[in-house]
Design a protein around this ligand. Sequence first.
Ligand code: NAD
Length: 351
Amino acid sequence: MRVVVTGGAGFIGSAVVRHLVLVKGYEVLTVDKLTYAGTLSSLAALDNHPSHKFLKADICDRGAISRAFETFRPDRVMHLAAESHVDRSITGAADFVQTNVVGSFTMLECARDYWNTLAADARAAFRFLHVSTDEVYGSLGQEGLFTEATPYDPSSPYSASKAASDHLAKAWARTYGLPVVVSNCSNNYGPYHFPEKLIPLIILNALHGKPLPIYGTGHNIRDWLYVEDHARALDIIAERGAIGETYNVGGRNERSNIDVVHRICELMDAFRPDNAPHARLIQFVADRPGHDARYAIDATRLETELGWKAQETFDTGIEKTVRWYLDNAPWWKPLRDGYDGRRLGLPSSTQ
Ligand code: NAD
């Protein structure tokens, strides 16, 4: 199995690439532009691995992507490259429209050109997995879950750009017959998460005795999934998902942001008792504009039709994650030193 993974130097993409190469034994070509959010240090476990290749390229570059397909000759494309940070989309949406919409369009067109050259059996086996977010569905009230039938209602420039790309992906399946499958996942957390995102930001600010900023009242709810559970889900969806269909991915782990921060503080109190209680560092800051109240995923279809189940609960996953950040300063330190949240006007992220 030969797989092109776009965005493979990012948070989720690197977990996917590690899973495909180290667990599944696949040949992988990672394609990534290495924006501020991408770093080859997230793929250090694959340094010099004979089954892994890396191409630095922009997904908007049709020539580069076409050449990559023609030379690597993938059986499958897993498209994760995106601008992914909601706060950045609010202060500057242009990169989100360019990469998430134009880049996804370019990926679909290059995949279609390549797929059209394949022999009949290879055409039938080929899959293009378009990886997306539950944020395309907008916000939930107190009750209910997002299903695959929930109408799209995105709130932020980020989620609107992802929604646009989902529609393109499905149109390429319906109009051109390209074997596309779409996945929409809830918030991920785990190792190699860029330090500007909520969970690593809180862990690292707690470690450094800095304020732990929380938007609004902290009662916004997210449905957290450990990143390695997502990587396994994506592999299963790409392998067995029905063409033209959507699969929601989520771990049934709803938590309010304030609860997440308190749980991290408890773990930090246990691991770094000298600085306890870390909860004294919590600071509430002005809410994000258009901040969705609640996301929660119904993953029944993925669980029953494709047999996937999350292996981590929030409690097991968050403990692993806090430990990982405490043990892996060489990975996050250069990223954290280079990231200037104040310049972007970002008090915190809650995705
Ligand atoms: P990330 O920001 O950590 O990684 C994105 C990667 O894409 C980076 O390596 C970056 O260098 C690369 N990239 C950006 N623009 C590019 C371009 N023009 N050409 C080539 N590469 C480019 O993002 P992530 O959190 O790993 O998210 C990956 C995908 O999963 C995204 O499509 C995102 O919408 C989706 N998703 C994320 C979450 C989440 O909680 N993080 C949840 C559901 C879905």
